[in-house]
Design a protein around this ligand. Sequence first.
Ligand code: ADP
Length: 485
Amino acid sequence: MAFDKGALKVLLVSTEVNPYSKSGGLGDVAGSLPKVLRDMGVDMRVALPKYQTVPHEHLTDAKKVSEFTVHLSWRAQDANVLALDAFGDGDSVYFIENDFYFNRENYYGYGDDFERFAFFTKATLEMLSRIDFKADIVHFNDWHTGLGPTYLRDVYKGFTYYSNMKSLITIHNLHYQGVFGREILWAVGLNDGYFTGGDLEFYGNISYLKGGIKHADAVSTVSETYAHEIQTPAYGYGMDGLLRDRAAATGQIYGITNGIDIESNNPETDPRIFVNFDTKSIEKKRMNKYRLQEELGLPVGKMPMLSMITRLVEQKGFDILSIIMDELLSMDVQLVILGTGEGRYENMFRHYAWRYPDKVSANIKFNGDLAQQIYAASDIFMMPSVYEPCGLGQLFAMRYGTVPLVRKTGGLADTVTHFDPKTRKGNGFLFEDCVASGLMWAIRQAVDCYHSPDWNTVVKNAMTGDYSWQSAAKEYVDMYEKIKG
Ligand code: ADP
């Protein structure tokens, strides 16, 4: 498809893009939003690092379109750009290749992450003129690409090619701020002058995300509630004042709730699940549960299956869950966990799986196919999060008729409504305060409902919601138009 001459041009810069790389929701968003926006006539392209783990089949059709050297202070590193026509409508995905930085086992967690992602960010800007893609907006995401707005404003805007480009930074999780010592400024090509409160300085260190928030033309996040929450001390992680100032100066922090790709996540057609089903054949969902119980070595039966598919980190509410584990497991339920993360939580679930082998299945790994099988098989999907910028798990769950049980925060508050047996409205179960008793209350509500004639209604309410990108994509277009000016 050729885009109109006046089409909006956007480069999305992300360290994860599904199906090439994904550790959480960022990968889902960067993987699914571009296609929807391209279908709507926006020439959106996406750049990501070429990690060692990008499945080879995606790279066979990628072709090298540029190579150049990126300078970070005294260091010069080469970048190859491999372009892929991912959607059959022209080049849309660009892999930045540099084996020194990215030919490693993991995406994150190295001592030189500050340098790896500074390199990546700068390379994506450098790439634009090399491949002649004069973006109206460069859309950065999270701390890893947080230096982008600073590089664009202070380094690249001096060149005519870049002078009209605008930048946007989207916060997918404010907790991760890219905080490093002052000394690394030099290493990433910025001088010590950036170490001030009005710039990158953050409580005696520097923060990539702060730089992004300070210097981007606009700031957005992934749900409306989270856009408000992050302007309060409870959720601001030290950046609430900065965000309030930004909102006051520019009118707003945009909050656009994520959607999901409803085509590849369709219970009617998904080849990864055991038995396909839709709203007219919800009874077939149960076959998925029986098959999964068999696979996981759990007793096969009708008891409600609660599940969690998530990074095992404090954010996801495991501290309150740990308090009620025995009480929960005294009920006739099963609990299926899929996740990796902090050792203390991995071990907690291994422990309970050992103590309650007939009730708990702890799958401490990352596995996309098993994730789909759990979304399809389970009855109740738990997200007792301390905070949740948007959350995608609850959306996938609902798409597969699994009822979400969530804490009322961030995107969870925007997408889940508490079921009311009187009105028969509501697609899940919510609790307000981040306390164990609240979680236990919601679990009892959900399990009681599971055993009542109302259950099918809740499941149907969940399944029939609109979780597609369509309306969110329109909001993105409006936001881009406003930023472009
Ligand atoms: P976050 O972005 O905070 O990690 P989200 O709920 O927004 O949380 O997105 C999580 C995404 O990662 C979902 O697509 C979920 O299915 C997936 N996911 C998380 N852990 C695993 C795992 N261990 N195996 C497979 N998929 C996982």
